[in-house]
Design a protein around this ligand. Structure first.
Ligand code: 13P
Length: 252
């Protein structure tokens, strides 16, 4: 069975006090929830990571980073290394988010390097990818997704792949209120799994968790999560409110 995962990407939101309150609220609300093996993940902004790690200790909440630089260390003003993340107890990093690709020029080549650096340092990766609206309108969405995966991930071996969680996030659905329909999500997730199958075989492809991201809300989570190849979600806006995020976690 694949691991089910509900992850909150807090992006550039929440000051220290808000971060503490959100973690505290989530700890309390999920305590009463039977989660089984489902993983609950949150990704606060860098300045609040260490505090979040300390506050989430001894709870089901895993704290992860939103990004990481590919170099070991050095003159990269404003950047954060794998070592620094490990040092404060981080075990997982989000890479390839569309906002990093669009606003900060992260290319497939850069992302390939970042993935390699993360895995060399035993960091697990939540790898994001997804097509633009124009790609979908021109019926190029499968090709775009295939290219993103092949260019940044498919050089990895089967063992490496065990430390990769995929997050399909169609860019047109991020923060727009427009969600991919459960059928659209399933169709793409099944396609992604077929690519994994071709490259790595059935056993490996069946073990990779593929999350959906893009305007997941308490009202649509259950239906999206019910699809056979959707193993959870990467949630933006709705993960900033204890009640909404808890409702989404309970939908899995
Ligand atoms: P929203 O849930 O706000 O659409 O954001 C999705 C996302 O980008 C998660 O990484």
């Amino acid at each position: 069975m694949r691991t089910k995962i509900v992850a909150g990407n807090w992006k550039m939101n929440n000051n220290l006090d808000e971060t503490k309150k959100l973690i505290k609220g989530l700890k309390k609300s999920i305590k009463k929830t039977s989660l089984g093996k489902t993983r609950v993940i949150v990704a606060p902004t860098f300045v609040n990571l260490y505090s979040a790690v300390k506050r989430a200790k001894k709870s089901k909440i895993e704290v992860v980073a939103q990004n990481m630089h590919q170099a070991k260390n050095g003159a990269f003003t404003g950047e954060i290394s794998a070592d620094m993340l490990l040092d404060i107890g981080i075990k997982t990093v989000i890479l390839g988010h569309s906002e990093r690709r669009t606003y900060f020029g992260e290319t497939d080549e850069i992302l390939k390097n970042k993935v390699d650096t993360a895995l060399e340092n035993n960091l697990e990766v939540i790898f994001c990818f997804g097509e633009l609206l124009e790609d979908r309108k021109s019926d190029n969405h499968f090709k775009v997704v295939e290219n993103q995966l092949k260019k940044a991930l498919f050089h990895l071996n089967k063992k490496d792949l065990k430390n990769i969680i995929l997050a399909y996030e169609p860019v047109w659905a991020i923060g727009t209120g427009e969600t991919a329909s459960p059928e659209q999500a399933q169709e793409m997730h099944a396609f992604i799994r077929s690519l994994l199958n071709e490259q790595y075989g059935e056993k490996t492809s069946n073990g990779v968790s593929i999350l959906y991201g893009g305007s997941v809300k308490p009202t649509n989570a259950k239906e999206i999560f019910s699809k056979p190849d959707v193993d959870g979600g990467l949630i933006g806006g709705a993960s900033l409110k204890v009640d909404d995020f808890t409702a989404i976690i309970k939908s899995i």
